[in-house]
Ligand binder design. Structure first.
Ligand code: 5CA
Ligand code: ZN
Length: 415
């Protein structure tokens, strides 16, 4: 799938620091220790509605992580999927009387525009499920051959639905470290079907859904006519493009369980290797009026709507960077107004012809970002430099330019 244009990344003197982030699997902040190329997979959108601030926060957070890794001298190989066939997409298309493929194409196009406006570096591989039916089907077939998958009687289809037997992975639970009770408490709300008759374990996830009337389906060797379940798409796409033990699996905290747990278990059972990812990192939930912002609830602040209203995308990006990725927060008009005011101040300060030295501010951006993506700390360092510049001035003719390039390259903020 085509992604979107790569923003120019200016060179910054010096090098960034080794990067550490919070890892859900170990419950600790840990160093990411890639080879020359860091391999990152971030779960992409289900394209049935427009990009909201929660999605934007997730993709900007992992954009900053990619930028920090590049600044520290690594190349980054970045994969993102698109869940372009799944129940919520089909339900929305049915509700609105439009073709599911047209709905997906429209929302993906809008997502590309939003990401471009927010200066997010695109993935190297932007991969839809519809274009991955072969590798996803092969993964399901391999799980069947290994005795890790089983069929469940499906009266409303000519074929049977296929499920993963989670007991085939002795390490199941290692990504979330949740108790069985915690898992069962959210499973149904997050796409699972704990009460489906005929399953061996209530938590077993759907791998392959046999064809139903009126639903899209594909013919794949060795499987009933059907379509992929949700988690297996990310297992198959990640293994296809990155292989096992890649550096970072990312997404929002709503994906810790079941999505990242199941994706990892399936990969472990398929390959007899572990771990799937070496670090699991999650963006906290963005809300509106104290409730999680979600397409299903419809309480959305959309990037595209703000853009249409004339809001500067860099103010949106700064509003997101002003929050730490591990803290839940709610979008308000005041958050955006403060970000716009901050951007105005920075622009005024960065336009002066002579300014104080900016080496300390550049170093602070690097140090803060590498330390568990402390973007609020990085922004505070720039605030301090801007204040000094606008109140006391300075004598350096190049420092503002260097800081502007560091802001652009490391934080993706174009002033
Ligand atoms: N297609 C799946 C992942 S394979 C999916 O979760 N799609 S999504 O459109 O619902 O979400 C896209 C990304 O945004 C996911 O990484 C998800 O965890 C994240 N996300 C969704 N809602 C929020 C929110 N309110 N705050 C922060 N991140 C969110
Ligand atoms: Zn995913």
């Amino acid at each position: 799938m085509i992604s979107w244009p790569t923003p120019f990344r200016p060179a910054v003197p010096g090098t960034g620091h080794p990067v550490q982030v919070f890892d859900s699997a170990t419950g600790a902040v840990r160093a990411i220790t890639p080879g020359p190329t860091a391999r990152m997979y971030v779960c992409g959108i289900t394209p049935y509605d427009a990009t909201h601030m929660g999605h934007a926060a997730t993709y900007v957070t992992f954009d900053v992580l990619g930028r920090a890794l590049r600044d520290a001298g690594h190349d980054v190989e970045y994969v993102q999927n698109i869940t372009d066939v799944d129940d919520p997409l089909l339900e929305r298309a049915n509700r609105d009387g439009i073709d599911w493929e047209d709905l997906a194409a429209e929302e993906i196009a809008l997502f590309r525009e939003d990401m471009t406006a927010l200066a997010v570096i695109p993935p190297d591989h932007y991969v839809g499920v519809v274009e991955s039916i072969e590798p996803v089907g092969a993964a399901v077939r391999a799980l069947l051959e290994r005795g890790a998958a089983y069929s469940v009687d499906t009266p409303d289809s000519d074929g049977d639905d296929l499920y993963l037997d989670i007991s085939t992975d002795a390490g199941f639970g290692a990504v979330s470290n949740w108790t069985r009770e915690q898992m069962l408490a959210v499973f149904a709300d997050r796409g699972g079907d704990p009460d489906r008759a005929g399953k061996r374990d209530r938590l077993d996830p759907l791998l392959w859904r046999a064809a139903r009337d009126g639903e899209p389906s594909w013919a794949v060797d060795g499987l009933p006519q059907g379509r992929p379940g949700w988690h297996i798409e990310c297992t198959a796409i990640a293994l296809d493009h990155l292989g096992m033990s890649f550096d970072v699996q990312g997404g929002g905290t709503d994906l810790v369980f079941p999505h990242h747990e199941m994706s990892a278990t399936q990969a472990v059972v398929l390959t007899d290797q572990r771990p799937f990812a070496r670090t699991y990192t999650h963006q906290a939930m963005v809300g509106l009026h104290g409730e999680k912002m979600s397409k299903s609830k419809g309480n959305l602040v959309l990037v595209s709507k703000l853009r249409a209203d004339g809001v500067d995308p860099m103010a949106i990006r700064l509003a997101l960077l002003g929050q730490h990725y591990r803290t839940d927060w709610s979008w308000t008009d005041a958050v955006l107004e403060q970000a716009q005011a901050r951007l105005d101040t920075w622009r005024a300060a960065l336009s002066v012809n002579s300014a104080p030295d900016s080496a300390q501010a550049v170093e602070a951006i690097r140090a803060r970002v590498a330390d568990d993506l402390d973007t609020p700390g990085a922004l505070a360092a720039v605030d301090a430099w801007a204040k000094q510049t606008l109140t006391r001035g300075g004598a350096d003719g190049t420092s503002a330019g260097v800081l502007a390039r560091a802001l652009d390259a490391i934080l993706g903020v174009r002033v």
